[in-house]
Design a protein around this ligand. Sequence first.
Ligand code: COA
Length: 157
Amino acid sequence: MTTSAIRTMVPDDRTAVIRLLSDSEPWNRLGYGADDWSRIFCPLPQGRDCYIAERDGQVAGVAIVKQKFLLGDYLELLGVAVWARQKGIGGQLLTHIESLVFQRTKNLFACVSDFNEPARAFYKKQGYLEIGPMPNFLIPGSAEILLRKTAGPARKS
Ligand SMILES: CC(C)(COP(=O)(O)OP(=O)(O)OC[C@H]1O[C@@H](n2cnc3c(N)ncnc32)[C@H](O)[C@@H]1OP(=O)(O)O)[C@@H](O)C(=O)NCCC(=O)NCCS
C-alpha cells in the first residue's frame, strides 16, 4: 500500500532535499547546483516555512514559502523528485500550502520559467494566473513569469 503525507521540514531532511533538487531541471538550466542548495538549506532556509511531501517514508517533494510578499505570500520553491512526479504529489503539497496561506492572506504568488512548460501546465491546472514575464530575470534570454492565485480582493470596498 502506498502512503503519502505532508509535514513541516526538519533538519534531518536536508540531505534528501539537496539530492532531490540537485541535477534537476529547471534549476540546472538556471544555474543552481548542489553548492547553492547546501547553502540555502543550512540546515533550513531562514525566515521561511518549509514543507516536505513523503511517499512511503521517503522525501518526495519540498516547498518553501516566504510570508508577506505584495498582499500575500510567495511560494519560493516547489520541487518533486523525478521518481515521484506526475503522481499527484506536487498538487497535494500545493493544496496543503494554499489551505494554510488562504487562512491568513488573500494571495499566493509564485514564479515559473518561461521554458518550463510542464510546470506552467501544472500551475494553470491548480488555478494560477500568469501575471506577466520578467525578462532576463535569472538567466539571459529567459523570463520568469509571475503567477498569482487569489482568494479575492485584499480590501472590502
Ligand atoms: C512541476 C511539479 C512541481 C509538479 O509536481 P507533480 O507531482 O509532478 O505534479 P502532479 O502529479 O501533482 O500534477 C500533474 C500535472 O502537472 C503537469 N505536469 C507535471 N509534470 C509534467 C510533465 N513532465 N509533462 C507534462 N505535464 C506535467 C500536468 O498538467 C499534469 O497533469 P496531467 O497529468 O493531467 O497532464 C514537478 O513536476 C516538479 O518538481 N518539476 C520540476 C521542478 C519545477 O518545475 N518546479 C516548479 C517551478 S519552480
